[in-house]
Design a protein around this ligand. Sequence first.
Ligand code: SF4
Ligand code: SF4
Length: 170
Amino acid sequence: MTITIKRKKISFLEKLYVVEIIKGMLITGRHLISNIIRPSRMMTVNYPEETKPIDEGYRSEHRLMQRKDGSIRCTACMLCATACPADCIHIEAAEGPHAKAEKYAKVYTIDHLRCVYCGYCVDACPCDAVRMDTQVPVDAFTKREDFVRDINYLKDNHGDKDPVSVADYP
Ligand code: SF4
Ligand code: SF4
């Protein structure tokens, strides 16, 4: 079946485009003057000089939480790596120095190029050892290997937040 779409008839003035161009310029001018008079109401920001605050609940770069003694809370249980749908967490366990935690993560890396920021790792962790509340969006790099964040980066990636979790041991 053929469907015929009725097109709106264009008037002579519209065909000239001059009036339409003037109408468009008036709208642009109205926004320009409004932005100059009331810059606080502007919908845009001068990125990257200006940035909008990131919401508290935004899933951002990971950080590894610490105990009060400064050691990393991770007990290398592998639950986060198992829950990760992107298979981007790599952990190597070693025998731990703490009596209550028989293992610790000797190696802990997250490939942020593969990460889908789902937060399953945070949900899966029984020790509150990994969080995604840094409010740091992933950086842009030119080399793939730069996206892989190791344990040294993750354990210090706290910004102005408290690195210590007061959850129960471990
Ligand atoms: S946020 Fe999701 S994809 Fe990223 S490391 Fe955690 S579980 Fe894996
Ligand atoms: S971060 Fe949490 S879930 Fe992942 S290995 Fe460490 S203790 Fe287990």
